[in-house]
Design a protein around this ligand. Structure first.
Ligand SMILES: [Zn+2]
Ligand SMILES: [Zn+2]
Length: 201
């Protein structure tokens, strides 16, 4: 489902049959209720075909696959053979994390500090008109508050890539308020933004 080389997910598309999207094309994430282990997330994503589609993503595919901690494969362009990618990436991820560099982070407005997260903490992603930036609503795993950061797409798509500074919308959000992008954008543009440094540790 996840291809570490292109940092993209392969999902079903009713128009194209199959499509590839990066994390920054996700729009809404919601953990399905119930005791399912591992837990499953309902994900709405923006497809290159022009429509949004809904799909289910297992917790591991969401949080661990981008780090290579799954059954990843890639086509080696030099040998034209399919080879496992996991070992290299696992080593790289373990080294980063061992050095205190977490794969994803955000600035929690409620706690006024940066916090480490996984993609399963993403709630809503709303692209800016320029497309290079997006508003990222995150449910803080530490305090439970929902904060909105304005970040680059790389900040979302590439594990261990952190924007040095992010803009923080200076109030906490209700999860329910975020359920439609329209409401979300109104909220977003009704406030002036704070620029905060995003440095963990
Ligand atoms: Zn599609
Ligand atoms: Zn927090």
């Amino acid at each position: 489902m996840y291809d570490a080389l292109t940092t993209s997910y392969r999902f079903a598309c009713p128009v194209r049959g199959e499509t590839r999207v990066r994390l920054s094309s996700f729009r809404y994430l919601q953990r399905l209720p119930g005791p399912a282990h591992p837990s499953v997330y309902s994900v709405r994503f923006e497809c290159p075909c022009g429509d949004d589609h809904q799909t289910l993503v297992a917790h591991g595919d969401l949080d661990w696959a981008p780090l290579g901690l799954g059954d990843g494969e890639f086509v080696n362009l030099m040998t034209d053979k399919t080879e496992p990618i996991a070992a290299d990436l696992v080593e790289l991820a373990a080294r980063h994390i061992g050095e205190g560099d977490w794969p994803w982070s955000f600035y929690c407005f409620g706690e006024d500090r940066p916090r480490p997260i996984f993609p399963s903490s993403f709630v809503v992603l709303a692209p800016a008109t320029t497309r290079a930036l997006l508003a990222l609503a995150v449910g803080c795993p530490s305090c439970g508050g929902v904060s909105v950061n304005i970040v680059s797409t790389d900040h979302v798509d590439l594990p261990f890539h952190h924007d040095r500074e992010v803009a923080v919308v200076p109030h906490l959000f209700e999860v329910d308020v975020l359920r439609t992008v329209e409401t979300f954008r109104e909220e977003l543009y009704s406030d002036s933004l704070d620029i905060r440094r995003l440095q963990l540790g």
